[in-house]
Design a protein around this ligand. Structure first.
Ligand SMILES: Nc1ncnc2c1ncn2[C@@H]1O[C@H](COP(=O)(O)OP(=O)(O)OP(=O)(O)O)[C@@H](O)[C@H]1O
Ligand SMILES: [Mg+2]
Length: 408
């Protein structure tokens, strides 16, 4: 619809921000045809895209950006011929010795080592915090999920990666109950919740953020957090509120205390009285995150926590998420496009493509798999990188023993 509205005005320059976000490959192909038609009719098009496949299939010229600067530019053919370079930019810090423009000192990525040790009995003997078994969802002819099985142990941080339209958000919708899978089961702490509504799952300790943070723009940060807590506090009889009985006053005091705690945990003190509409995207994401953890959930699903925020905020976000995860000792499942960020955060990665799990394991294992490189960069990219070279670069970037931080 947004694209159609832009087409109507027959612009001489069309700016498109993320054409393929959340769309099926079939639909993206149709939209690309429309873009090509417009270009042939004389409109210049500037397309911002996370999907390299999509960008090189339509563009004449490609600029690859990272951390606020252009790291490489060239014709689409030149970009297609340098999958090694693209992959190293995807992994951000692995761009060592690969001829990438820019003078940033190379650093390596450290794997997150949980500070809170798992409780004495091995987590392997215990019930999984989250279990998805053989879940399938189709929308019309599109198979958004096909027989997906996934597990997360108590206190584990699982990263979910995959190109646009791979089914990541649909997976979260199935876990949280916003979409019912046509086949398969979901269990939280061993309890089958497949037929439960989202609110019931949330009362069992499930928290979730949305890809587009859903906040009331007319509320202040403080009030947003108070509203988030409201659902979990028994307000009793409304008469208590009307008469301002002591029980009501006590409840309000407890909410205020908890809101203050959250504001401190997320460093939101300067924004407590500001309206959500006045906040930057990064700060709004923090408020959104604070509402998700307000009721101390044991399982937290985060859909693209780093999207739309500046690079230095992404780094702060990784530290914060780790701090919050340790604070709650919760299980985190994090969907992310920023592979370097999620590799640093997660204990384990699960890679999706076209509705199925294509790889899982430690970040270094998953990122070195040919299927994963291909899903992001297109067919044969892995062969052109050369598996040995890719493995060396990725291994150096993600092995905990080689991390810059652990050597300090
Ligand atoms: N409500 C819906 N109706 C129809 N199709 C849908 C719906 N939700 C998702 N889809 C389709 O299901 C597929 C998976 O979408 P999903 O949003 O889960 O992908 P994603 O991996 O989260 O993508 P992105 O990285 O762009 O957010 C896509 O082909 C999408 O077009
Ligand atoms: Mg999504």
């Amino acid at each position: 619809m947004a694209l159609a509205m832009a087409f109507v005005t027959a612009p001489s320059l069309l700016l498109i921000d993320e054409l393929s976000l959340g769309l099926s490959p079939m639909l993206v192909e149709q939209l690309l045809d429309s873009v090509r038609t417009m270009r042939d009719a004389g409109t210049s098009v500037l397309l911002v895209e996370q999907s390299v496949n999509v960008a090189v299939s339509v563009a004449d010229r490609v600029y690859v950006m990272d951390s606020g600067s252009i790291r490489f530019s060239g014709s689409a053919v030149e970009v297609r011929d340098r999958p090694d370079l693209l992959w190293s930019i995807y992994l951000r810090h692995a761009a060592v010795g690969m001829g990438v423009e820019g003078d940033r000192a190379p650093t390596t990525v450290a794997l997150a080592v949980p500070a809170v040790a798992a409780p004495a009995d091995s987590s392997r003997d215990r019930v999984a915090a989250l279990e998805v078994f053989e879940a399938s969802v189709s929308f019309g002819g599109v198979n958004a999920l096909e027989g997906v099985t996934l597990e997360a142990a108590p206190g584990e941080v699982v990263g979910v990666i995959g190109p646009n339209g791979a089914g990541k958000t649909t997976l979260f919708d199935v876990i949280s109950g916003f979409t019912h899978a046509q086949r398969g089961r979901v269990a939280l702490d061993g309890a089958d919740v497949t037929s439960m509504a989202p609110a019931a799952r949330s009362r069992l300790g499930l928290g979730r953020s949305f890809q587009d943070s859903r906040l009331f723009s007319g509320l202040s940060t403080h009030d947003t957090l108070a509203v988030a807590l409201e659902r979990f506090i028994d307000m009793g009889d409304p008469i208590n509120a009307v008469l301002r009985l002591p029980v009501m006053v006590d409840t309000e005091a407890a909410v205020r205390l908890r809101v203050d705690e959250l504001i401190e945990l997320f460093g939101l003190q300067p924004f407590a009285g500001k309206f959500v509409s006045e906040l930057s995207t990064g700060t709004r994401r923090l408020v959104d995150l604070a509402t998700v953890v307000a009721h101390a959930p044991r399982i937290v699903l985060l859909d693209e926590p780093s999207s739309g925020i500046a690079q230095r905020e992404v780094e702060a976000m990784a530290d914060l998420l780790r701090r919050v995860q340790r604070h709650l000792f919760a299980t985190f499942v994090v969907v992310e496009h920023d592979i370097a960020f999620v590799s640093e955060l997660a204990d384990r990665l699960v890679a999706f493509d076209r509705g199925s799990v294509i790889a899982e394991g430690s970040p270094s294992e998953v990122l070195a798999r040919p299927e994963v490189v291909e899903a992001f960069l297109g067919r044969d990219a892995f062969a052109r990188i050369g598996s040995g070279k890719a493995l060396t670069a990725l291994g150096a970037a993600t092995e905990p023993g080689h991390s810059a931080k652990s050597e300090q």
